[in-house]
Design a protein around this ligand. Structure first.
Ligand SMILES: Nc1ncnc2c1ncn2[C@@H]1O[C@H](COP(=O)(O)OP(=O)(O)O)[C@@H](O)[C@H]1O
Ligand SMILES: O=P(O)(O)OC[C@H]1O[C@](O)(COP(=O)(O)O)[C@@H](O)[C@@H]1O
Length: 303
């Protein structure tokens, strides 16, 4: 079974304005409210691919109910801890460019945090847990560390998609996959990365530190997969970008879902890239049909 954990879900409030006037009155052309948060996006793409999964994490208030209802309408299995505070709303402002304003996240009480840890005690050997996104400040920066320890005790594999020290500290526990984008990889090591060779060099450092596989996404410039022995490049399909929010999460969903369903790492890579692009070219997340259509346009080359 695959589990996704979203400690800090969000309603993604996507707002489109023609010409943003800071300090003035702007009227929306279009707006859209989507269930968001990185693990939740992974669950929605896994669901499209027919990969059974359960979405867990914290949800609270009217915003939390909105997210839970949307997931249940899509028949995604959920097992969230209900919290007293409201789940956040993240603003995704489209004004020719994409500007994002993400909330810090709700207050989470100690007993609510304990309930989440308790849920993981039913994990089984071979389960895969996808840990994605930011940690609400009230949980403390070591919360991923605590979750990973439980995964390890129960014999479950984990994938982690977060940034900074939380990611570096997770590597020692040998995650099945990490997926920084090229900017996050440079930030992790405090360097400027200019070339593909440098990306591979720093990606390999994540392998050396413990990751079993490293995916480096480069938005419209393709992606790299670094395994124990090999490095692959994937091209991305061409298309019109509508909304790239959730493209990285879709890539993880496509990769993990395909890996679990057929065990082929390069097919997982291809579907991951197609899923990211299908999301980038859509208003909402990728659909199964669109992922299938784009899969044939991804070329994988061994470097
Ligand atoms: N402009 C784009 N054109 C085609 N595919 C894209 C584009 N932006 C994102 N994608 C797809 O989504 C994947 C993840 O996007 P990226 O922006 O690198 O991740 P993140 O959302 O984590 O920053 C890319 O590897 C690619 O497959
Ligand atoms: O937890 P964070 O880092 O604030 O990120 C949450 C945001 O990331 C998203 O999951 C999108 O992530 P990606 O664009 O990296 O795939 C949004 O749905 C959500 O608003």
């Amino acid at each position: 079974m695959i589990y996704t954990i979203t400690l800090n879900p969000s309603i993604d409030y996507i707002v489109e304005v023609d010409d943003l006037k800071l300090g003035g009155l702007n009227r929306m052309n279009r707006d859209l409210k989507l269930p968001g948060g990185k693990g939740i996006n992974v669950s929605r793409v896994l669901n499209q691919l027919g990969a059974g999964n359960t979405a867990i994490g914290f949800l609270g208030g009217f915003t939390g109910r909105f997210i839970n209802d949307k997931l249940q309408a899509d028949q995604i299995q959920t097992d969230f801890v209900t919290i007293a505070d409201d789940t956040r709303i993240n603003i995704k402002l489209k004004h020719g460019d994409e500007t994002e304003i993400n909330g810090l996240g709700p207050a989470i009480r100690e007993e609510e945090a304990a309930q989440l840890l308790q849920k993981l005690s039913s994990l089984q050997t071979g389960d895969i847990v996808v840990l994605s996104g930011s940690i609400p400040p009230s949980l403390g920066t070591d919360f991923y560390d605590r979750l990973i320890q439980v995964c390890k005790q129960m014999g479950a594999e984990f994938v982690i998609d977060t940034t900074g020290p939380a990611l570096m500290e997770a590597l020692v526990y040998k995650p099945l996959l990490v997926k920084p984008n090229h900017h996050e990889l440079a930030e992790l090591f405090g360097v400027n990365i200019e070339t593909r060779e440098e990306l591979v060099l720093y990606g390999r450092k994540l392998l050396e530190a413990g990751a079993k596989q490293v995916l480096i996404s480069m938005a419209g410039d393709g992606a790299l997969l670094i395994t124990g022995s090999d490095v692959y490049h994937a091209s991305v399909p061409k298309g019109m970008v509508k909304n790239s929010v959730g493209a990285g999460d879709s890539m993880i969903g496509g990769f993990v879902g395909t890996y679990v369903l057929n065990g082929d790492i390069l097919e997982a890579f291809r579907t991951g890239v197609a899923s990211g692009s299908a999301t980038a070219f859509s208003d909402d997340l990728a659909t199964r049909e669109f992922i299938e259509e784009l899969r044939g346009e991804v070329t994988i080359t061994k470097l």
